[in-house]
Design a protein around this ligand. Sequence first.
Ligand SMILES: Cc1cc2nc3c(=O)[nH]c(=O)nc-3n(C[C@H](O)[C@H](O)[C@H](O)COP(=O)(O)OP(=O)(O)OC[C@H]3O[C@@H](n4cnc5c(N)ncnc54)[C@H](O)[C@@H]3O)c2cc1C
Length: 382
Amino acid sequence: MKNSAEVVIVGGGISGCATAYYLAKLGCTDVVVLEKEYIASGATGRCGAGVRAQWGLELNCQLTKMSCEMFEELDEELDYDGDTEFKQGGYLMLATKEKEVEQFKKNVELQNKLGIKSELLTPTEALRIVPFLNTDSVLACSFHQKDGHLNPFYVTDAYMKAAKRLGVEFYTHTAVKDIKVDKGKIEGVVTEKGEIVTNKVLNAAGGWAKEIGKLAGIELPLTPERREILVTEPVGALLAPMIISTSLNFYCQQVPHGSFIMGRGNPYEKEGLNQASSWEFLTNMSKTITQVLPVLSRIRVVRQFAGMYILSPDAAPIYGNVPTVEGLYLAVGFSGHGFMVGPMTGLLMAQHILGKETEISIDSLDLGRFDRGELIREPSVV
Ligand SMILES: Cc1cc2nc3c(=O)[nH]c(=O)nc-3n(C[C@H](O)[C@H](O)[C@H](O)COP(=O)(O)OP(=O)(O)OC[C@H]3O[C@@H](n4cnc5c(N)ncnc54)[C@H](O)[C@@H]3O)c2cc1C
């Protein structure tokens, strides 16, 4: 293992791997990525990997639209020997309450202004996209054809391989145990396999980011919370878009090899580092999905798994440096949408760490916004 590096990244999910790649691409190749398990073992490898540009805030529209364009070019950009499986079947968002319909109207207007060609659909129009959708409770939908989903393992693998080719070193099964800080400055990282001297550390530890903050002596306003997923047996192609509804509390997609993957939130979920599966989720998820997509009642469930959201107080990411610890950087707090902004997270963090002007301003996403009371109020967060 190397004993020094210009930048040490904690976490081998999409945030850490993408940042490693863009750092190296920008000329900083003396970079180490430390991962306590295997690459994409955290939320990245357990997520829906849905990508949508349909948001209600300009900043989120910008971040996701730009990431979406980067995903479109990813295989070429990273010279990937596989296929990251970007299936752009669109995102169909269902509104079942008047308040949601009003919000969708505002969102679509904003999105169109920003060049995102989303549209408002009636339930009947939605049936042209998903003929077997139960629209009984649906009042309106919004749809954007360029949204979709990818294979999160291949995406992370592609970033890792490209970063490796440029000289970045990845150490898996290497947990960070301590972060050395002296007089308010980062001095090094202690792992279970040895120490690395460095002045720059990026905390990209997903659900464990609060713990990594503690190692550097800071208390981050983050809450880990379990989210579960259910997977069916593979069947022939039925569903092109990802379907999602906040009020009906579900999302569902069919991945290229035929399985349906779906999830929902549990309003009673307790905070904590928990990745166990539950019967309760299996039961509730099955009930919800067979009401909205009754045809799925004929498909068998093959497995379920869980991962962790890491929630910030406003469910928006925290990007940037930590004013009280020189050399400590954060790419944390992504809630349920850290995968879809992964390419931009990598690019922005790499530019910021290297002291370059960032592609778009990340000032409003800094850690200090919570003390200033300047929270990001996204109306369409799931
Ligand atoms: C069920 C579920 C569904 C989701 N669906 C979507 C979706 O459809 N679209 C979307 O955009 N987002 C979705 N998300 C959110 C998304 O998965 C995350 O925001 C994103 O993957 C975060 O990536 P990351 O690299 O920041 O963190 P992670 O992927 O969690 O990576 C952090 C890594 O840090 C490692 N680590 C932790 N502690 C240490 C340590 N001490 N030493 C070394 N390594 C350490 C972990 O092992 C982990 O691999 C979903 C999340 C879940 C749980």
